[in-house]
Design a protein around this ligand. Sequence first.
Ligand SMILES: Cc1cc2nc3c(=O)[nH]c(=O)nc-3n(C[C@H](O)[C@H](O)[C@H](O)COP(=O)(O)O)c2cc1C
Length: 197
Amino acid sequence: MKIIYLNGNIRRENSRTNDLANYFLSLLKEKGSIEEINIMDDCPLPKNTSFFAENYQIEAKYYHYAKKVKDADLIVLSCPFYDMGLPSLVHAFLENISLDGLTFISTKDSFLPNIKAKKLIYITTRGDRIDDNETKDGASFYLKALGKLWGYQEVINLSYSGTDVNDVIKTNQNKNIAYQKAEMIAKKLLKEQKDGI
Ligand SMILES: Cc1cc2nc3c(=O)[nH]c(=O)nc-3n(C[C@H](O)[C@H](O)[C@H](O)COP(=O)(O)O)c2cc1C
């Protein structure tokens, strides 16, 4: 299993999301190759007016990253929850690797999905008590929509919330549940790989 890991954990080693993602990936390590793209190291700029200029050139590294995402069997995206959604850094990265001819193909009538992965694992932690896929979770909503363009059919959430509210017991319970869920998701993915699904 070829896994592409998009690491958007802005606080790096201090990040709780980073810890959860590392735990999850450690469970898959033996059975797959994991390639990491560190989004912070390649801070992309969002598209601006210049993008529409006649001779605008997309930086080669984004073709390169888009190709890796296109060819992966599984996409893992990990980043903190900011302002009810993805950090803009992560959003800008996705925007820069969403490329016609790679992650999707435009035709006269529509856009055709063009990536191999059927699933995207979205790993996050949230400061407030916000559940996956509730109205306040703008990130999952966006990632599901992006799947319609690129072609992955499922967004699997791995998260816990309440990291910044004053109830350590409850937050630790949520955290334990998330770590158990990481094991369940990894087990299921490995079984699917074994069964050739
Ligand atoms: C700039 C910024 C924006 C944030 N926005 C939200 C938010 O909209 N909702 C929320 O529940 N938590 C929000 N948080 C809290 C983070 O989601 C929370 O601290 C998270 O656990 C950070 O993950 P990390 O430890 O991996 O950095 C925000 C934190 C920062 C720094």
